[in-house]
Design a protein around this ligand. Structure first.
Ligand SMILES: [Fe+2]
Ligand SMILES: [Fe+2]
Length: 271
């Protein structure tokens, strides 16, 4: 099944629709991922499209458990919002929001530098390497072209890019900007822009309720959305640990769901 068919099937199964512009960006995440001459073959290296779908599927399962607790009934967020946020959380790995499709492809390739194989690549090029040098080597482009690429990203982000860590961190803001521009529900943007908040909180700037148009900012809704964001973060890390590296234990990550009272009962088998 092609990636497009897989995505369409997933959307249909979960009764969700996506603006065409977002669908195309998501599908770009499935492009060939690495430059020639690297030790890991493209087949072995997980790509961001399969990761995205895995995270969305994981969130769909967790959201079903959450739904059964009845807790969701009182909130603006529903299962659908969580699944959509999961599906879109890494869309910023196609670059800044206004980027044209050709440049988006280059960004997808650039972000693949951070994907590790299951056996684990050495984390040599990342994270303190100057961005332009690393991009020039990875993409096999000139230093001038790498500088141009970075300049365009700086304009999109409104902040400086110096190291590869800055490039990596930019994907969260790219995601938020892209979803804002596409007119996605503020609840979904709120959740998606917080998917690294606990683990890398100092490196990311999620959008606050005040920056989201038409956001129903009641304490109850914010609490539910924060919880949804934590679920997405756990699903994201779980999938990354299963498919990308052996640094973290998937079971340990999943156990963090126990800190949510409603899930504790399910995980303990006391449903
Ligand atoms: Fe991410
Ligand atoms: Fe992710």
């Amino acid at each position: 099944m092609s990636s497009r068919e897989t995505l369409e099937k997933f959307l249909e199964q979960n009764k969700i629709s996506l603006p065409p512009i977002l669908k195309e960006r998501l599908l770009l995440l499935d492009k060939p991922q690495i430059s020639e001459g690297e030790e890991i073959s493209p087949e072995e290296r997980p790509n961001n499209f399969s990761h995205t779908l895995d995270v969305a599927r994981t969130c769909a399962v967790i959201a079903s458990m959450w739904e059964k607790t009845n807790e969701l009934r009182q909130y603006v967020i529903k299962k659908r919002e969580l699944i959509l946020a999961a599906l879109l959380h890494d869309i910023g790995k196609t670059g800044p929001s206004g980027t044209d499709p050709k440049t988006q492809e280059i960004w997808v390739k650039s972000f693949s530098i951070f994907n590790k194989s299951k056996e684990g690549d050495k984390q040599s090029k990342f994270p303190e390497t100057p961005a332009e040098e690393a991009l020039a080597v990875h993409l096999k482009i000139t230093l001038e072209d790498a500088q141009r690429l970075i300049l365009a990203m700086e304009e999109g982000l409104g902040k400086k890019i110096e190291t590869m860590r800055d490039i990596y961190n930019s994907h969260v803001q790219n995601t938020a900007d892209t979803l804002l521009e596409a007119g996605v529900n503020p609840e979904i943007i709120f959740i998606a822009s917080r998917h690294h908040e606990i683990t890398n909180h100092h490196s990311y700037t999620p959008l606050g309720p005040g920056e989201l148009p038409n956001f129903e900012s009641t304490p109850q809704n914010i609490e539910a959305l924060e919880r949804a964001a934590r679920i997405l973060e756990i699903a994201d890390q779980f999938q990354a640990s299963v498919t990308r590296n052996g640094n973290s234990d998937p079971q340990k990550i999943l156990k963090r769901l126990e800190t949510f009272e409603p899930f504790k009962e399910f995980l303990d088998g006391k449903e």
